[in-house]
Write a protein that binds this ligand. Structure first.
Ligand code: ATR
Length: 290
């Protein structure tokens, strides 16, 4: 692609950012969609997030993604925020407006699209979420707001799960998110639940690690999503599949959150064949053979 005087800049702010695959996704999207845009990473040091956002606006940056550790802190630098992102209290996409950046959470849109595509409906379902960290937050909100009947957050540190459950129940005015320890995996009251694995257990290079050992937990589930994509087949996914249940990794979620951000920045719809091409390119870059 050719950088010209007219080329608009988008980028990723966070720390660290240098291993991100987002530049590959967005620059490929720009190329295939013939959009005059370039995407780069900006490492932002601790304490500088608000000056970084205001500087980016002054430099006419079109849009930004936000990653760890700034998804909450960035909110103070916005002129407006999407309703769901406000409830989640986490923003991963800034869209330029006339008066500043508006914040969105496209992580949640990414997971929703991955689930829809896999034919997994949350409505009326029992959902078990493993983990209560940053990634679990948007996912718990999605599950509770998409009509899950009950949501169990199972976490090594139960207090952290409890704080998240309280936040979600309060923000959505419901009483259906429950905090439990990982041991509760043996006691889920209903069968056929959907499991979403958000812990860092099983992440490369600890590929044999699994957050819940008990085979019965997997036998009683109906489907599983692991938000990890490296390795492409986690121990969690292998265990699900060994029990005859469908299991998905987090690569599509990563792709779809980026596509949703690209669409917001450029006010367009990316066709499915373009998304498929970018997915292929991502897998190639990450040496994933599926
Ligand atoms: P992220 O933003 O990716 O969610 P995080 O906020 O550090 O990352 O959260 C990591 C999650 O993995 C947490 O739920 C963490 O459990 P704790 O809240 O108890 O720390 C979970 N986790 C990490 N290592 C774990 C391990 N060895 N066993 C069980 N859970 C683990």
């Amino acid at each position: 692609m050719e950088i010209k005087g007219t080329t608009r800049v988008c980028g990723l702010i966070g720390n660290p950012v240098c291993h991100s695959i987002s530049p590959l996704i967005h620059n490929e999207l720009a190329k295939l969609m013939e959009i005059d845009m370039a995407y780069v990473t900006f490492k932002v040091e601790n304490g500088s997030i608000l000056s970084a956002v205001s500087g980016a606006y002054d430099l006419n940056v079109l849009g930004l993604n936000v990653t760890v550790p700034y998804k909450q802190d960035v909110i103070k630098g916005l002129c407006d925020i999407d309703e769901l992102a406000l409830k989640i209290n986490a923003v991963n996409t800034l869209v330029r407006t006339d008066s500043g950046y508006k914040g969105y959470n496209t992580d949640i849109l990414g997971l929703k699209r991955e689930l829809d595509e896999a034919g997994i409906s949350l409505s009326g379902k029992c959902v078990v979420i493993l983990g209560a960290g940053g990634a679990s937050r948007a996912i718990t909100f999605l599950c509770a707001s998409e009509g899950a009947q009950e949501v169990y957050i199972l976490n090594r540190t139960t207090d952290r799960a409890q704080a998240l459950a309280d936040d979600v129940n309060k923000a959505l005015n419901v009483q259906k998110v429950y905090a439990k320890s990982l041991d509760f995996a043996n006691d889920i009251p209903k069968k056929g639940y959907i499991v979403i694995q958000t812990t860092s257990v099983g992440l490369y290079p600890n590929c044999d690690d699994i957050p819940v050992e008990n085979m019965k937990f997997y036998e009683n589930a109906s489907a599983g999503v692991d938000i990890i994509y490296n390795p492409a087949q986690t121990a969690f996914m292998k265990r699900m599949k060994a029990c005859g249940k469908p299991a998905y990794n987090g690569l599509k979620m990563l792709l779809y959150q980026a596509v949703a951000a690209f669409e917001l920045w450029n006010d367009l719809k990316v066709p499915d064949d373009v998304t498929d091409k970018v997915y292929y390119k991502m897998k190639k870059a990450m040496k994933i053979d599926e």
